[in-house]
Design a protein around this ligand. Structure first.
Ligand code: HPA
Length: 259
C-alpha cells in the first residue's frame, strides 16, 4: 500500500475510489485527520491531509509524529508527500514542479524525533540523503511517462511559518544553498526515516520567495493559492501514474511499466 500526504490545495484525492475511512490514535496523539483508504489505478492507497480535511492546522500545529506513526502502522511501502514551496532559484518559477534531493531544517519547537525517553538507548539515523532515492525515482519516472516536466533535485529549506519570510531571510537561505522554501517538509522527512519508511516529496512552486522574481516588496498570497489550484491536476496525474506503475510491478506485468 502506498501512502500519500497531501498539503495545501490537496486536502482530498478526487480520483481515489474510497473503500473506508479510519480514525486512528497513536502513542503520540491524533494525526491531522482520519486516514482515507482506497484504490488508485488498482493500487491500495492511504491518504492523509497534512493540514486536516478542513485545512485548519498551521504548519507548526501539525502532529507530524502522529501522522507518520499512523501511516507506518499501516505497513505502507513508501510515503509520497505533496507540498507547496516558494521558489528561490530563478528557474523555480510559479507553477514549476520539483522533487528535492536535499533539505535544510530551520524549524524550532516541533516534536522532531521518536527517539526520546529515558528507557530508550541513544540512537542516531543516517540522514545524508533525506529523501529515499528509490521513492524520488518513482516520482520522476511517473512524471516522465506522463510528459509532465519536473525539476530533478534541489535543496528544500524548511522554515517555521506560518508567516512568510523576509527578503533578508531568503537571501540568507540562498547563501546557505537553498533552492526553495516551504514550511512542512520537516520533521516529516526525518520521522519517516526513523521508522524506516521510504519517503520522497513532490513540491509545487506557488510563488517566488520573498524578494525574488516580481516579489521585490510583496507576495500576492491569493495569486500563489490560484497557482497551486491551477497546477494540482499535474500532481494528481503523477500520483495516478505512480500507482499504475506500482500496481503493474506488484502484479508482475513488467512489460506494462517498461519505458
Ligand atoms: N515560503 C514558505 N513556504 C511557502 C512559500 C514561501 O514563500 N510558498 C509556499 N510555501
Amino acid at each position: 500500500m502506498l501512502a500519500i500526504i497531501g498539503g495545501s490545495s490537496l486536502n482530498e484525492l478526487p480520483h481515489v475510489k474510497i473503500t473506508r475511512r479510519q480514525v486512528v490514535r497513536t502513542p503520540y496523539g491524533e494525526p491531522s485527520c482520519g486516514l482515507t483508504f482506497g484504490d488508485i489505478n488498482g493500487l491500495d492507497v492511504v491518504f492523509l491531509a497534512r493540514h486536516g480535511y478542513a485545512h485548519t492546522l498551521q504548519p507548526h500545529e501539525i502532529n507530524y509524529r502522529a501522522n507518520i506513526w499512523a501511516l507506518a502502522e499501516q505497513k505502507v511501502s513508501r510515503i509520497i508527500s505533496v507540498g507547496s514551496v516558494g521558489g528561490i532559484r530563478k528557474d523555480l518559477k510559479p507553477g514549476t514542479l520539483v522533487v528535492p534531493d536535499q533539505l535544510i531544517d530551520y524549524t524550532y519547537g516541533r516534536a522532531n524525533t521518536f527517539f526520546e525517553g529515558s528507557l530508550q538507548p541513544v540512537r542516531h539515523v543516517d540522514f545524508t540523503d533525506p529523501y529515499t532515492p528509490d521513492a524520488r525515482s518513482c516520482i520522476l519516472l511517473a512524471a516522465r511517462r506522463q510528459g509532465i516536466p519536473v525539476v530533478d533535485g534541489g535543496t528544500y529549506a524548511c522554515t517555521q511559518g506560518p508567516r512568510l519570510e523576509t527578503a533578508a531571510e531568503i537571501r540568507r537561505l540562498e547563501g546557505d544553498g537553498a533552492d526553495m522554501v516551504g514550511m512542512t517538509g520537516m520533521p516529516e522527512a526525518v520521522l519517516a526515516r526513523e521508522l524506516g519508511v521510504p519517503y520522497a516529496t513532490i513540491c509545487l512552486v506557488g510563488n517566488y520567495a520573498a524578494g525574488k522574481g516580481e516579489n521585490k516588496h510583496h507576495i500576492d498570497i491569493g495569486a500563489a493559492t490560484q497557482i497551486l489550484d491551477d497546477h494540482m491536476q499535474q500532481v494528481l496525474s503523477i500520483l495516478g501514474a505512480i500507482c499504475a506503475d506500482e500496481f503493474c510491478a506488484l502484479s508482475g506485468s513488467a512489460a506494462a511499466v517498461a519505458e
